[in-house]
Design a protein around this ligand. Structure first.
Ligand SMILES: Cc1cc2nc3c(=O)[nH]c(=O)nc-3n(C[C@H](O)[C@H](O)[C@H](O)COP(=O)(O)OP(=O)(O)OC[C@H]3O[C@@H](n4cnc5c(N)ncnc54)[C@H](O)[C@@H]3O)c2cc1C
Length: 388
């Protein structure tokens, strides 16, 4: 049997096993081959047709309720679908829409916002991005300064957003803006849905450490945003921001990334000869035990999350564990790849091309994006451990 960490903690019943079998076969037949196991980051424009196929098959939003066009799937089916997408090496469909913008619009948006935006998120026709961070307002998000002033039936937005993933391709942004400067900082923030083609909005791509322009910064110069694009209440954005962050942290904490990297460590070690080293096998076994324990914990957390019973600290806890494990797994791949690893070129290992150094850089994403590990630890120390 091929060792496969991605399904290490599977306890499928007969129905789940049949669903897994169906999903696995369908992905093999329908995911474009040139998207599989790509060593680099796949841009939204390339993911779109794949997203569309999943949508047409009815498998695009397993966690959304049916009334909003989702699958209304059981938690186990949600996990299986994403496990199989990852196992095949296929890219995930657009997460900013499906996991962040969509759920908050379902939860706090008006019926008109839901009718306008949810169909495009499901079909993948509309790409979303998250406009939270600014220069000087990353970890300390509440200090954000992008200003939105209500003038009659629209807001006038001025300011600057930074580190926006998918910014160069996005059609819409859900953004945090300052709508009040008088009271406590958190009480003066609102959430707006902003059309990225609005006059006065300039998008500048930014290259990441991996050499890929996956981010952008945006400059807002008297950008008019219709009042009806306010999500929830005026100055009520902080609560919504945290709900979105909770979802984001929970998702980025998933053990799947670590599982895939440990699979790769095993594969690369066999090819490089490092597998004969008892010390390496001990390291690998140790990390796989950690992965198994963390997967069990994550599955339990996912059940609480799906039932709406997860404490707010759950996202940060998952993100700290999952991000750390995933990063250490990428380091292990680098360690066993010998002289191939530090190359900035892609290297052929077995049947696949690997960008080992690039993947090590990319593994840092989960310890910074969505809030750094230090900030997650601060949240845990305050909310869970009740430290001052
Ligand atoms: C891959 C990736 C994708 C991202 N995508 C998006 C996106 O789509 N939209 C978006 O809005 N933002 C995005 N970000 C930005 C991300 O949210 C911020 O980078 C993050 O919140 C940290 O903010 P900062 O970069 O300003 O660092 P800073 O806040 O300046 O922090 C610098 C360092 O100081 C530490 N630090 C700061 N304050 C404290 C404290 N109180 N206690 C202990 N240590 C502290 C931090 O942990 C960090 O190590 C993304 C970032 C990455 C890496």
């Amino acid at each position: 049997m091929n060792w496969d960490n991605t399904t290490l903690f599977s306890d499928d019943n007969a129905e789940d096993a049949a669903f897994r079998h169906e999903v696995r076969g369908w992905i093999a037949d329908h995911c474009p081959a040139d998207l599989l196991n790509r060593p680099d980051r796949v841009d939204p424009v390339e993911i779109k047709p794949w997203h569309r196929r999943l949508f047409e098959r009815g498998w695009i939003a397993p966690h959304w309720p049916r009334e909003h066009g989702g699958m209304g799937a059981t938690l186990k089916q949600q996990i299986i679908l994403y496990e199989e997408i990852n196992r095949a090496g296929a890219p995930t469909p657009f997460q900013h829409g499906l996991n962040l913008a969509g759920p908050i619009i379902m939860q706090a948006g008006t019926p008109a916002q839901q009718a306008r935006h949810l169909p495009g998120i499901l079909s993948g026709d509309v790409v979303w991005c998250q406009g939270y961070s600014e220069t000087g307002a990353g970890s300390d998000l509440a200090s954000l300064k992008t200003r939105a002033v209500l003038e009659g039936d629209h807001f006038v937005v001025n300011g600057h957003k930074m580190w926006t993933t998918n910014g160069p391709w996005a059609d819409w942004m859900f953004a945090l803006v300052r709508t009040d400067t008088e009271g406590p900082r958190q009480a003066g923030i609102s959430m707006l849905l902003i059309d990225m083609k609005s006059p006065g909005l300039t998008v500048q791509p930014i290259k990441s450490l991996t050499g890929h322009a996956e981010f952008a910064q945006e400059f807002f110069d008297n950008v008019k945003v219709p009042r009806e694009n306010l999500v929830g209440t005026l100055n009520g954005g902080w609560k919504l921001a945290n709900i979105v962050l909770g979802n984001e942290r929970f998702t980025t904490g998933s053990p799947r990334a670590a599982a895939l990297r440990l699979n790769k460590a095993r594969e690369v070690a066999r090819l490089s000869g490092a597998y004969d080293d008892a010390l390496f096998r001990q390291q690998l076994a140790h990390m796989e035990i950690e992965l198994l324990a963390f997967s069990a914990f994550y599955h339990h957390g996912a059940a609480l999350h799906a039932a709406g019973k997860a404490p707010q600290s759950m996202g940060p806890v998952m993100k700290v564990f999952g991000g750390d494990l995933s990063h250490r797994a990428a380091e292990l791949v680098m360690q066993v790849s010998g002289a191939l690893g530090p190359s900035l070129q892609r290297v052929q290992i077995g049947n696949d091309l690997h960008d080992i150094a690039g993947d090590l850089f990319a593994s840092r994403i989960s310890v910074v994006g969505g809030g750094t590990t230090e900030i997650q630890r601060n949240i845990i120390s305050k909310r869970v451990l009740d430290l001052p």
